[in-house]
Design a protein around this ligand. Structure first.
Ligand code: FMN
Length: 159
């Protein structure tokens, strides 16, 4: 079984976890990179008109991604990592899932996230609605220090 670890990370926390996860299970890595990177001002959740606030206030917002996964065909399991934004997945994750929905059909999608303390909330359920032909698992919050063996055991259980 072959796995791909994809992730979006605005400030590097999820990126680090994604690299550890990919390393632990020998998976390939793909960054869901925004066409226009997020600046610190874009990420200001105290400002209602910041880019992230505007995107998260708009269910239909789909920030553009730079690049596509080369050969989704090669993978059975696709991990999708992201920071929790306003209790759910950032809209760019919705862009990714919609763009790849056709290629994700029949595969297992495993959400994982980092946060300031919130859980995954309704993110897995929301993600499942965007890739109806994939199996989206409950996923896991991967905050804090991760034990490589525990990470491997969890990830392999999902594959
Ligand atoms: C716009 C925005 C909204 C956020 N909303 C939440 C939230 O609802 N709950 C939470 O625990 N953390 C929230 N956070 C904190 C991030 O989830 C956390 O810092 C995450 O680890 C950042 O990951 P990254 O470095 O990969 O971008 C938010 C951060 C940003 C920028």
């Amino acid at each position: 079984m072959s796995a791909l670890v994809t992730y979006f990370s605005a400030t590097g926390t999820t990126a680090r976890v994604a690299r550890e996860l990919a390393g632990a299970i020998g998976a390939d890595l793909f960054e869901i990179a925004p066409e226009r990177p997020y600046t610190p001002a874009d990420l200001d959740w105290n400002n209602k008109s910041s880019r992230s606030s505007r995107e998260m206030a708009d269910e239909g917002s789909r920030p553009a991604i730079a690049g596509r996964v080369d050969s989704m065909d090669a993978y059975d399991t696709v991990f999708v990592g992201f920071p929790i934004w306003w209790y759910v997945e950032p809209r760019i994750i919705d862009t990714f899932l919609e763009t790849e929905a056709h290629d994700l059909a029949g595969k297992t999608v495993v959400p994982f996230a980092t946060s300031g303390g919130s859980g995954l909330g309704r993110a897995p359920e929301r993600m499942a609605a965007l890739v109806p032909e994939a199996t989206v698992l409950e996923g896991r919050l991967l905050n804090g220090r991760l034990d490589a063996d525990e990470l491997r055991a969890w990830a392999e259980g999902a594959m």
